[in-house]
Write a protein that binds this ligand. Structure first.
Ligand code: HPA
Length: 273
């Protein structure tokens, strides 16, 4: 099965379950999945019930689509995403993004947990993603181009919509949230970085590091979606503080800031009428 056949097959399977047409696609990162509780649910589809769909194996990632309304806005949320480090191809990793676009979503709202590289950040901060570095992971557009989805050489000069960036900044001010901004770099994982790697990434202009999101932003941009992203800085990256990193702590910080995160994302979505 080619990637496009797989995508179409997944789409048809979903269409046998629901005819719901979301306008917004939201990807919920580690520990941030609680936002889904505020959605007026129309349909829930477990990834494992979609044949050929890549399934997340990470703790704290539930693995389902939630289709429904947030303040009357039709949306689809991914509670859990798949990562490249789980062994899937980049084409598989971005399949859900393309699928949500086929379902009707034209706005892609990405969220994640990341390590802070910028020394002005602290654990628990939110960072508006203003740009990204994709150079350290395979590009999801390598291989046959699906011209029905997008062009062969898509422009990446503003992946993250200026309109949505402004909306997020404005909303953070209204909610009295101190929103940081910066460049997110995706690495493959799944080990955390060494201090030398973080120093390198800092020199290259990255403010936060993680193991997701960039490939999804590329796929969304390729498919003509309006993309935005917020990263939750769950820890300072390796070597910045003299402290080893672990996944449990990353999740604990994400849990702590989840209520504030829900308010920010919720208010931004409410403005997207
Ligand atoms: N590095 C990579 N990915 C991460 C980190 C980190 O420090 N924190 C959360 N996700």
């Amino acid at each position: 099965m080619t990637d496009i056949e797989k995508l179409q097959d997944c789409y048809h399977q979903i269409r046998t379950i629901t005819d719901f047409m979301p306008k917004i696609a939201l990807v919920l990162g580690s520990g941030l999945g609680g936002f889904a509780d505020d959605i007026q649910v129309v349909d829930t589809i477990d990834y494992k019930n979609i044949k050929n769909f890549p399934i997340s194996t990470v703790q704290g990632h539930r693995g389902r689509f939630i289709l429904g309304y947030y303040n009357n806005i039709p949306m689809v949320a991914m509670q859990g995403r798949v990562h490249y480090y789980e062994g899937y191809s980049m084409q598989d990793v971005v399949l859900p993004i393309r699928l949500m676009k086929l379902l009707g979503a034209n706005i892609l709202f990405l969220t994640n947990a990341s390590g802070g590289i910028n020394r002005n950040f602290s654990a628990g901060d939110f960072m508006l993603i203003t740009d990204h570095i994709s150079t350290f992971v395979p590009n999801c557009l390598v291989g046959e181009n699906f011209s029905s989805l997008g062009t062969r050489f898509p422009d990446m000069s503003h992946v993250y919509s200026y309109r949505l960036q402004d909306l997020i900044r404005q909303t953070a001010i209204e909610l009295d949230i101190n929103l940081k901004e910066g460049v997110y770099v995706q690495l493959t994982g799944c080990s955390y970085e060494t201090p030398a790697e973080i120093k390198m990434l800092s020199i290259l202009g990255a403010d936060a590091v993680g193991m997701s999101t960039v490939c999804e932003a590329i796929a969304g941009n390729h498919a003509g979606m309006e993309v935005c992203g917020i990263s939750c800085i769950t820890n300072m990256a390796s070597g910045i503080l003299d402290k080893p990193l672990n996944h449990i702590e990353v999740q604990q910080i994400a849990d702590r800031v989840a209520p504030q995160f829900k308010r920010l994302v919720g208010k931004v979505i409410s403005k997207l009428q």
